[in-house]
Design a protein around this ligand. Structure first.
Ligand SMILES: [Zn+2]
Length: 83
């Protein structure tokens, strides 16, 4: 998250927006969870666990879109179909 979703103020790593006071703690928790899942997916790719990597990347993408998680999902999907 780079900007407050409510007022578009630049995000300053605080759980409350400095400009509009929006509570961003839930969003931060979701973002942290998505990042954690993304790391797990990378680790699973590293050991060739394609089905698990695909599953974990999908879960990360449900929480938050990221090009890395999307790439992992697509690669794992391709590997599942070609192995
Ligand atoms: Zn705001």
């Amino acid at each position: 998250m780079e900007r407050c979703p409510a007022c578009r103020a630049r995000f300053k790593e605080e759980p409350v927006c400095y400009r509009c006071g929006a509570d961003l703690s839930m969003l931060l928790a979701i973002e942290a969870e998505a990042t954690s899942l993304e790391r797990q997916a990378v680790a699973l790719l590293g050991v060739g666990a394609w089905v698990e990597a695909h599953h974990v990347a999908e879960r990360a993408l449900v929480l938050q879109f990221s090009p890395l998680a999307a790439a992992i999902r697509d690669l794992a999907h391709w590997e599942i179909g070609h192995s």
